[in-house]
Design a protein around this ligand. Structure first.
Ligand SMILES: NC(=O)c1ccc[n+]([C@@H]2O[C@H](COP(=O)([O-])OP(=O)(O)OC[C@H]3O[C@@H](n4cnc5c(N)ncnc54)[C@H](OP(=O)(O)O)[C@@H]3O)[C@@H](O)[C@H]2O)c1
Length: 330
């Protein structure tokens, strides 16, 4: 049987362009002992992929080498097995790559309960929920009644951060790039306030929405929200630096805020990367599953169709065209 996969063949410049990729047709191999054959059903597209495509060898994860299948996580079904730990029909989540089929020994794959939809896995229980939980709860250490601002609030990580914070009793203010996204945050997810960061009076709107100042800032984007929020931080505030997507497609990264407020307000500013915390995944998954069962975590999946839709579709993350977790249905 033949299947398609997409290899990275060129490093990106400022933007991700189709010439970075090559679609190849491969033959499914005859399985060896301990191997399983996976048919991927849902493939995650993430902003971090831009970084993985570059030559940077000083990041939290090595780059994808040229000629390799592009790296991604996904949900797959076992369609053949020579491994006693996996049966045909089992569903798994893990790093599978931009490919329709994949051969694995099962290492670093997690089996999924049959009742959890693939969308819920990629929107909540995989990277977005884990990142939100790790950053907010383990680093931010929120207390009920505190005020949180989260940028990129309508995105996959940001929407989880805001909902977990609401479940923990915080006042939650989010920023997002369209009025539709802001309405979704307030009307469906229960944010106390959502602000379109493209508004002319962003500083005033943020001040009005945070009358008692800001205790926690969950940074997903950079951009104008960052400086305004930084200057409204309360004493002993915590800034959780998760992502800086406003700088991913530029050769001139924006200057950061002046450090003086870190001293005056005794702030903690902490960057983190979820892959450093894989040993904490089982405990975090259990917590996220409870929120999910209690209906405290809503999500929306933005689905593209077919493997090759990833090539152009990944750019929706950088234009704000995605409404919810971006994924490819295969
Ligand atoms: N540290 C970690 O371990 C970790 C793990 C996962 C993700 N992240 C980071 O978390 C952030 C969010 O990732 P995600 O997967 O949840 O993606 P996402 O928010 O679902 O999608 C990306 C969103 O970023 C927004 N955006 C794009 N360009 C922007 C700009 N110039 N200024 C402000 N917002 C912009 C767009 O929303 P709007 O319409 O609102 O502009 C877009 O929909 C990214 O920075 C990502 O790198 C970090």
């Amino acid at each position: 049987m033949q299947y398609k996969a997409i290899k990275l063949v060129k490093r990106p410049g400022i933007h991700i362009t189709p010439d970075l990729f090559e679609t190849v047709t491969l033959e499914t191999p005859v399985l060896e002992d301990q191997q399983i054959l996976l048919k991927q059903t849902h493939m995650s597209l993430d902003p971090a992929m831009k970084g993985w495509m570059t030559e940077d060898r000083n990041s939290y994860i090595p780059p994808v080498e040229l000629g390799e299948i592009m790296r991604s996580s996904g949900v797959a079904e076992v369609v053949e097995s020579k491994n006693d730990s996996f049966s045909v029909g089992d569903r798994v989540v893990g790093m599978i790559g931009w490919t329709e089929y994949s051969v694995s020994t099962g290492q670093n794959l997690s089996k999924l309960p049959p009742e959890v939809p693939a969308e819920a896995v990629l929107c909540v229980l995989a990277l977005p929920g884990l990142t939100a939980y790790q950053g907010l709860m383990e680093i931010g250490k929120p207390k009920p009644g505190e005020t949180l601002v989260v940028s990129g609030a309508a995105g996959s990580v940001g929407s989880m951060v805001g909902q977990i914070a609401k479940a923990e009793g915080l006042r939650v203010v989010g920023t997002a790039g369209s009025d539709e996204k802001c309405r979704w945050l307030e009307d469906e997810l229960g944010f106390d306030k959502a602000i379109n960061y493209k508004s002319d009076d962003l500083a005033k709107q943020l001040a009005d929405a945070t009358p008692d100042g800001i205790d926690l800032y969950f940074e997903n984007t950079g951009g104008p929200v960052q400086h305004i929020t930084y200057n409204r931080m309360n004493a002993h505030g915590r800034i959780i630096v998760c992502g800086m997507i406003a700088d991913y497609n530029t050769d001139k990264p924006a200057p950061g805020p002046n450090w003086i407020n870190m001293i005056k307000r005794r702030l903690t500013v902490r960057g983190f990367a979820m892959p450093d915390h894989w040993d904490e995944v089982p405990a975090m998954t259990a917590k996220l599953s409870v929120y999910l069962q209690e209906g405290k975590l809503k999500y929306r999946a933005h689905k593209l169709n077919g493997l090759e839709s990833a090539i152009e579709g990944i750019n929706l993350l950088f234009t704000g065209g995605n409404k919810g977790k971006l994924m490819v249905e295969l």
